[in-house]
Design a protein around this ligand. Structure first.
Ligand code: NAD
Ligand code: UDP
Ligand code: UDP
Length: 343
C-alpha cells in the first residue's frame, strides 16, 4: 500500500473517522470510474484535496476533459481513456464506480451500450476489486424504485420497474449492478457499499443533457420557454452535488454496506421547479407544455433516515441556495466571459 505523507488537509478531513486523534490518515489510491463526468469530477476534487492519489477511468461518452483539466499537472492524479466494458488491470485501495450515462437522453441513446456498461462494466470493476482486495462503492440510483408504489421511498422497498420499457436499460441495469455487487460481497467476501442516488444537480452538468434542472436553467438563460413535460405535477427531489459527494465519501469510509438513499427530501413538482428557476433567473420566462416520455415516474422522494442514523449524513444545501451556484456556471459556459462581464 502506498503511503503519501505531508498533505496538510489530512487532519481536517471529515472522513477517516477511525484514525486516532492527532494521527494522520494514510493517503489512499482511489479509482473513480466515470470521474470525468458531473458527479465524478466533484468527487475527484474532494479526494485530491484530501491528499489521495486518484486514477480516473472514463471513456468520455458524457464526461469532459475540462471537468478534470485542473488536476492534470498534479503528479497524484492520472486519467485513463478506457471503457469499463473492457477489463483493466490497476492497483488501488478503493473503487468508486460511477461510469454510466445518467441522463435519460444519454442512456436511451444507445440502450444496449447502457446495459452493457451497467452489467459487464460493473462485473469488470468487481472482478478488479476482488483481485486487488479493494473496497468497492456502486453508485446506484433511485430509478431502482421505478414508478414507486411507496412514498417516500425507503431502502427496503423493492420497487415497481418495467423490465421491458425504454428506461429498463438503465433501471434494470442498475438493479443487476446491485445484485452483482451483493453477490461479490457474499461470494467473494468483497467489501462493498451501495448508494442509491436521487436527482442531483450542480455546476458541470452537461448543458444539453435533457435533465429537467439543466434544461430549465439553460432555457431560462437563453430566453427560451421552459419545457414542462406532461402536466408538470410529477415530483422529484433535487440534491446539490456537494451534498452527494459528502454522502458518497461517508459511505465509503463507514462500516455499512447499504443500500443507502442519498438525496434531498425536499420534494418539488416540475411546475414548482419552473417557478424556482423563474425566481432565480428570469421571472418573465414562459412555460411550454410538452408530451411526457414513456414510463416517467410520477413521484420520487427519498426517505433518508437510514443515512442519517448510520452515516451521520444529511443534505445541507436547499434548492434556492444550490440553484444560483449552478446558474453561475451555466452562464459562463453558455455565454463565455464576454457576456459575463456585461451582466
Ligand atoms: P455523467 O454522465 O456526467 O457521468 C458519467 C461518466 O461515466 C461520464 O464521464 C462518462 O463519460 C462515463 N462513462 C459512461 N459510460 C462509460 C463506460 N462504458 N466506460 C467508462 N466511462 C463511462 O453522469 P453523473 O450524473 O455524473 O452520474 C454519475 C453516476 O451517478 C452514474 O453511475 C449515475 O447512474 C449515478 N446517478 C446519478 C444521478 C444524478 O442525478 N446525477 C442520479 C442517480 C444516479
Ligand atoms: N477483471 C478485470 N480486472 C482485474 C480482474 C478482473 O477487469 O484485475 C474482469 C475480468 O476480466 C472478468 C471480470 O472482471 O471479466 C470478473 O472477474 P472475476 O475474477 O470475478 O471472474 P472470472 O474472470 O473468474 O469470470
Ligand atoms: N422534465 C420536464 N422538462 C424537461 C425535462 C424533464 O418536465 O425539459 C421532467 C421529466 O418528465 C421528469 C422530471 O422532469 O418527470 C425529471 O426528469 P429528469 O430527466 O431530470 O430525471 P429523471 O426522470 O431521471 O428523474
Amino acid at each position: 500500500h502506498l503511503a503519501i505523507a505531508g498533505h496538510p488537509s489530512f487532519r481536517e478531513s471529515s472522513v477517516g473517522g477511525k484514525v486516532p486523534l492527532g494521527l494522520r490518515r494514510r493517503a489512499l489510491r482511489v479509482l473513480v470510474t466515470g470521474g470525468a463526468g458531473f458527479v465524478g469530477s466533484h468527487l475527484v476534487d474532494r479526494l485530491v484535496e484530501r491528499g489521495d492519489s486518484v486514477i480516473v477511468v472514463d471513456n468520455f461518452f458524457t464526461g469532459r476533459k475540462g471537468n478534470i483539466a485542473h488536476h492534470l499537472q498534479n503528479p497524484r492524479f492520472e486519467v485513463i481513456r478506457h471503457d469499463v466494458v473492457e477489463p483493466i488491470l490497476l492497483e488501488v485501495d478503493q473503487i468508486y464506480h460511477l461510469a454510466c450515462p445518467a441522463s435519460p437522453v444519454h442512456y436511451k441513446y444507445n440502450p444496449i451500450k447502457t446495459i452493457k456498461t451497467n452489467v459487464v462494466g460493473t462485473l469488470n470493476m468487481l472482478g478488479l476489486a476482488k483481485r486487488i482486495g479493494a473496497r468497492f462503492l456502486l453508485t446506484s440510483t433511485s430509478e431502482v424504485y421505478g414508478d414507486p408504489l411507496q412514498h417516500p421511498q425507503v431502502e427496503t422497498y423493492w420497487g415497481n420497474v418495467n423490465p421491458i420499457g425504454v428506461r429498463s436499460c438503465y433501471d434494470e441495469g442498475k438493479r443487476t449492478a446491485e445484485t452483482l455487487t451483493m453477490d461479490y460481497h457474499r461470494g467473494a467476501n468483497l467489501e462493498v457499499r451501495i448508494a442509491r442516488i436521487f436527482n442531483t444537480y450542480g455546476p458541470r452538468m452537461c448543458i444539453d443533457d435533457g435533465r429537467v434542472v439543466s434544461n430549465f436553467v439553460a432555457q431560462a438563460l437563453r430566453k427560451e420557454p421552459l419545457t414542462v413535460y406532461g402536466d408538470g405535477k410529477q415530483t422529484r427531489s433535487f440534491q446539490y452535488v456537494s451534498d452527494l459527494v459528502e454522502g458518497l465519501m461517508k459511505l465509503m469510509e463507514g462500516d455499512h454496506i447499504g443500500p443507502f438513499n442519498l438525496g434531498n427530501p425536499g420534494e418539488f413538482t416540475m411546475l414548482e421547479l419552473a417557478k424556482v428557476v423563474q425566481d432565480t433567473i428570469d421571472p418573465e420566462a414562459h412555460i411550454e407544455f410538452r408530451p411526457n416520455t414513456a414510463d416517467d415516474p410520477h413521484k420520487r422522494k427519498p426517505d433518508i433516515s437510514r443515512a442519517k442514523e448510520l452515516l451521520g449524513w444529511e443534505p445541507k444545501v436547499p434548492l434556492h441556495e444550490g440553484l444560483p451556484l449552478m446558474v453561475t456556471d451555466f452562464r459562463k459556459r453558455i455565454f463565455g466571459d464576454q457576456e459575463e462581464s456585461t451582466e
